[in-house]
Design a protein. Structure first.
Length: 525
């Protein structure tokens, strides 16, 4: 039987606090396979007199057989992950104890998912070896172990000094993340089967993370409005530059494609067919416009995320993720990238870990690359001053890997209810809050360097909560930017500024086209 012939395994245990009349059972479903298990129908048997009484999903009972469906919001058990379902039971009382009445004979879609009962351990993994390394990650692989039934997975133990960790994987390879730069790690691996029989540990190997990436310097695109390049009709930044005088644009957004495509894409359609997702590693989309803009002295900053879901959410292989970003750099011949994160990635620790590992490698391979992070910021002294807590945690992960972004661009929009009525005052609060936060994340940066790494990106005109960022506010923000010598004066979006009277996408204020962006064009740090 191959290592992945069995994919899903169920184990049941009573939770504390039960008695002979009522108790709650937790069923742990582990997907040891290579593919996701979607919306399985889980069935199991219970003793006579035991009835299922409650469950977070759907549950039904026919005699001794209970059938359960996972809740709709978590009905996929991804490859290599664990999902739990919890079922409450009315028991039959008497002298027996709940452990004697645990459910058994588990199936998923009619196939048995009970663990095997063998006592024979897998063979010891051989030829453990270290592959690629970055400042915060090590890639390892080894020869697959064997077993009399099936190898369920591998437990990898790694240590440096007094710090020791373990991680599990279903494949004979792993990438260790969130490591310390320039540090030697000792690694061992052992195999286990579905009955929790463990092999002996492999021989130890050592691997050393690389030094932290060099600081690639301050941001050098001080005037850079955001452009939604997927608008209809597609904007032309070369024309925008002639109208506004701005010599930089954050052009977004490159995201994951439709249908689970694990490629960075320009998503230019509805996904119903045709050329809706254009692979940004090979596409010519926008190239002629970008060339015209750069030949006139402008700088294109390609922005990822922003108007769609980041690639890290679906691409779980760090080398593939790194190769995708490198492919975009090579295809468009750019030296500036922006990551606009304001949704799912900020709450997904695994996606952030993958992102940090990929970016560390990318910086090592591209010595002239400059990175910007556009992150939500608020200026509400009763709630949040500066970046959100989730954004700060992302920056802390970057800092721990030795990564120093050239710019942290505060998205100044939709301020909280306690923010000043004047949107410029709220924006200034947010930027001052960001200054304090970045000093804490990168304590080696002096005050002037912190300001040089801060960007200000207000939402032109009417904001999402109906507060209005006016042209006078833009002039005030430009003066503040000059006073502090911030890294970049930006704004969201040049599309709105180009057509301020548009019903759905305009600024909603009395202005001429490009009035906001023209103020950005005057900024000199």
């Amino acid at each position: 039987m191959s290592a992945n012939q069995i994919s899903l395994v169920a184990k049941a245990q009573w939770l504390p606090g039960g008695n002979q009349w009522y108790s709650t059972c937790r069923v742990t479903l582990t997907n040891y396979g290579d593919t996701d298990v979607v919306n399985p129908t889980i069935s199991f048997r219970v003793p006579n007199g035991v009835t299922a009484s409650s469950y977070s999903g759907e549950v039904s009972q026919d005699g001794n057989t209970v059938t359960a469906l996972l809740p709709s919001y978590q009905n996929t058990i991804a490859a290599g992950t664990v999902q739990e379902l919890t079922v409450g039971f009315n028991l039959r009382g008497g002298d027996s104890t709940p452990p004697a009445w645990l459910p058994d004979t588990f199936t998923a879609n009619g196939a048995s998912i009970d663990p095997s009962q063998d006592k024979e351990a897998p063979t010891t993994p051989l030829n453990l070896r270290v592959g690629s390394a970055s400042a915060a990650s090590l890639a390892l692989d080894w020869d697959a172990a064997g077993d009399n039934t099936a190898v369920a997975g591998y437990e990898v133990a790694y240590s440096a000094g007094d710090s020791a960790f373990t991680v599990r994987t279903v494949r004979p390879s792993v990438v260790l993340y969130q490591l310390t730069p320039a540090t030697e790690y000792t690694v061992r691996v052992r195999a286990f089967d579905y009955s929790d029989n463990f092999s002996d540990q492999s021989e130890a190997v050592t691997g050393t993370t690389t030094a932290a990436p060099a600081d690639h310097g301050d941001w050098d695109v001080p005037r850079a409005a955001v452009v939604n390049y997927l608008d209809d009709p597609i904007p032309q930044i070369a024309a925008y530059a002639k109208e506004s005088g701005v010599d930089g644009f954050l052009v977004g957004s490159v995201t994951r494609g439709f249908g689970g495509t694990k490629k960075p894409c320009w998503v230019t359609g509805s996904g119903d067919g045709g050329d809706a997702s254009q692979d940004a590693t090979v596409s010519d989309f926008g190239k002629a416009d970008f060339t015209a803009f750069t030949e006139a002295g402008g700088t294109v900053v390609l922005s990822f995320g922003g108007f769609g879901e980041p690639l890290e959410i679906i691409e779980t292989d760090v080398p593939s993720l790194t190769a995708s970003y490198q492919g975009v750099l090579d295809n468009y011949q750019v030296s500036h990238l922006d990551f606009s994160f304001d949704g799912a990635l900020l709450y997904d620790n695994d996606a952030q870990t993958r992102h940090v590992a990929a970016i560390g490698r990318l910086l090592q391979d591209n010595p002239t690359l400059k990175l910007s992070y556009t992150l939500p910021a608020d200026g509400d002294p009763t709630g949040l001053l500066g970046l959100t807590g989730e954004s700060v945690r992302l920056l802390q992960r970057l800092a721990a890997a030795g990564i120093q972004p050239a710019l942290i661009n505060g998205a100044l929009m939709g301020f909280g209810p306690g923010a000043p009525a004047g949107v410029f005052e709220a924006s200034k609060n947010a930027l001052n809050g960001m200054f304090t936060q970045l000093q804490a994340v990168w304590p080696d940066w002096d005050s002037a360097k912190v300001w040089r790494r801060i960007g200000a990106c207000p939402m032109f005109g009417r904001n999402f909560n109906d507060k209005v960022f006016t042209l006078e506010n833009m002039r005030q923000l430009a003066a503040f930017a000059t006073e502090r010598s911030i890294g970049c004066l930006s704004g969201w979006t040049a599309n709105r500024d180009a057509d301020p009277g548009a019903m759905a996408q305009g600024t909603g204020v009395d202005q001429q086209p490009f009035d906001f962006t023209k103020i950005i064009a005057t900024y000199q740090k």
